[in-house]
Design a protein around this ligand. Sequence first.
Ligand code: HEM
Ligand code: HEM
Length: 182
Amino acid sequence: MAADRGYGTVARLFHWVTVLLVFLMIPAGIAMTSEGFGDIRNELFIFHKGAGAVLLVLVLLRVAWRLIRPAPPMPESVPAAQRRLARWNHVLLYALLVVMTVSGYVRVVAGGFPIELLEAFGIPPLVPENTDLANRMSVLHKFSVYALMAFIGAHIAAASYHAFIARDGIAGRMWPPFRPRA
Ligand code: HEM
Ligand code: HEM
């Protein structure tokens, strides 16, 4: 796979910053909506909303970048069925990241709540208050996270298979976060 240098540095950085934020936001989201975290609930909410707003911008930029810079073709050594599965999992991961970040943003802003980080930068709410819309987004947000976790699980299982069992160079298409020199 020497000729396959994998994803470019921009795509890799988008991928790994997203991973970092999502892996912080899922536990923060679960903790802030659970009993027993009363002391730090406010801080968790402020962190979750702020990191979520950053992620929303990142995800939109990432999707735009992906549309102008298509993924490097997968090597023929990967069976066609596996390539199709991987492509669909990636499409669903992107779709779920958009659904999660947009539903979270709309849930908060339409509910009339602040996003402190955006306020600090003087960015006004982009959606008018609407309790009914906020409630529907809340339900979408809470249920979509299960789908996101399931597809992330399948994705990590596949990546680990390629890295540790097949050792076919697929993991190196996205790791490390900077594309190594040729
Ligand atoms: C990929 C991005 C995101 C992930 C993985 C995520 C994850 C979660 C999780 C796991 C919960 C707990 C769900 C439950 O109650 O069972 C939650 C709740 C929540 N999230 Fe997010 N979240 C994301 C983006 C956002 C964004 C962008 C915002 C707002 C700017 C946001 C605001 C909220 C709020 C307010 C709740 C409390 C539940 C509610 O009242 O609707 N989230 N999130
Ligand atoms: C929040 C968790 C994650 C999300 C949302 C995510 C999302 C994605 C997406 C959407 C792609 C497709 C890139 C494209 O074609 O534009 C991708 C590729 C990739 N991811 Fe992840 N990922 C996550 C975690 C991980 C982890 C933890 C690993 C390593 C164990 C990993 C390894 C890879 C690899 C190796 C590829 C390249 C696959 C290929 O060559 O086609 N990902 N990821």
